[in-house]
Design a protein around this ligand. Structure first.
Ligand code: F6P
Length: 341
């Protein structure tokens, strides 16, 4: 059997660990061949392919990014995209695909399975917003990076009696904000799931200053003020219809400064949250996902995504995995609220 692997959507730490596990187990345990399609779904559409042997994955476990590169290509937005995938799979003798991605990449995988192409999905995203798995790999690393940034920003904020607003990624889910804010002892955490009152944030900020502490406000890029709208970087959308979020941190810092008279600065962590080496947790999770994905391919169990449930790796239908986003439940947010102000 020849297995094709691809990584689609925004990159995240741990992608190479999945690729390595698929190659190692695919070749050494099952005796299959593995090839890599480059640049997400663009690879199978345009026939961009490279061999993936044991030597190719020798030292990639700890490396961030993806050796197969990525893109946000949507084959369903390309004329004849699906037919070209079918032709290229036949041309390169590829029997099945392992697609490593988030809601968009896996959404394409689900549709391809309906068209008779054998695909197994692996859940990846720093946003942790896939509902069928307890965690996606990449999330833990992003939370670590954001937490370290909060720790560092706290000491400089204290020195200068400033409020510091830390904007983190996560798109429409507040998981990175919630976890890094809790871990970093933020004074306010703002998530997309709960529109926030600027007046209330000002009250918490003032209270914090009264106690001679500099407040740290962690705001998710998709957080929305009451009665307002998401702040966008540009009006453009990508091939999956997503807007580019960003800017709420700077907007909020300006509001806080104007309303409280306290110096307030914003720091946007941006793509640093997706870069560099994965944490040990993400290396282990990504490796286990890769091992179980190749098992599913070997068994011909297509149309599934490997998922973490508790400590077990299970399989769920791709249709279920992409049905709805996993957002922060309000009771989880309420836990964090205890520490606000
Ligand atoms: O989905 C991962 C993510 O990093 C989101 O948190 C963020 O909104 C988006 O991707 C940024 O995408 P890009 O790298 O295309 O700017």
């Amino acid at each position: 059997m020849r297995i094709g692997v691809l990584t689609g959507g925004g990159d995240c730490p741990g992608l190479n660990a999945v690729i390595r596990a698929v190659v190692r187990k695919g070749i050494e345990v099952y005796g299959h061949e593995v090839v890599g399609f480059l640049n997400g779904w663009r690879g199978p559409v345009e026939g961009q392919v490279r061999p993936l042997g044991l030597d190719d994955v020798e030292d990639i476990l700890t490396r961030g990014g993806t050796v197969l590169r990525s893109s946000r290509t949507n084959p369903y937005k390309i004329d004849g995209g699906v037919e070209r995938i079918r032709e290229n799979l036949a041309r390169y003798g590829v029997d099945a695909l392992v697609a490593i991605g988030g809601e968009d990449t896996l959404g394409v995988a689900r549709r391809l399975v309906d068209e008779g192409i054998g695909v197994v999905g692996v859940p990846k995203t720093i946003d942790n917003d896939l509902s069928a798995t307890d965690y996606t790999f990449g999330f833990d690393t992003a939370v670590h990076i954001a937490t370290e940034a909060i720790d560092r920003l706290r000491t400089t904020a204290e020195s200068h009696h400033r409020a510091l607003v830390v904007e983190v990624m996560g798109r429409h889910a507040g998981w990175i904000a919630l976890h890094s804010g809790l871990a970093g002892g933020a004074n306010v955490i703002l998530v997309p799931e709960r529109p926030f009152s600027v007046a209330k944030v000002c009250e918490w900020v003032r209270r914090r200053f009264e106690r001679e502490y500099a407040p740290i406000i962690v705001v998710a890029e998709g957080a929305v003020p009451e009665g307002g709208a998401e702040v966008l970087q540009t009006g453009e959308t990508d091939a999956f219809g997503h807007v580019r979020l960003g800017g709420v941190g700077t907007w909020l810092a300006d509001e806080l400064a104007a309303r409280t008279g306290k110096e307030s600065r914003a720091v946007v962590l941006g793509h640093t949250q997706r870069g560099g080496t994965p944490t040990a947790y993400d290396r282990v999770l990504a490796t286990r996902f890769g091992l179980h994905a190749v098992d599913a391919v070997h068994e011909g169990d297509f149309g599934v995504m490997v998922a973490l449930r508790g400590t077990e790796i299970t399989r769920v239908k791709l249709a279920e995995a992409t049905a709805e986003l996993k957002t922060v439940p309000l009771e989880r947010y309420a836990e964090a609220e205890v520490f606000f102000g």
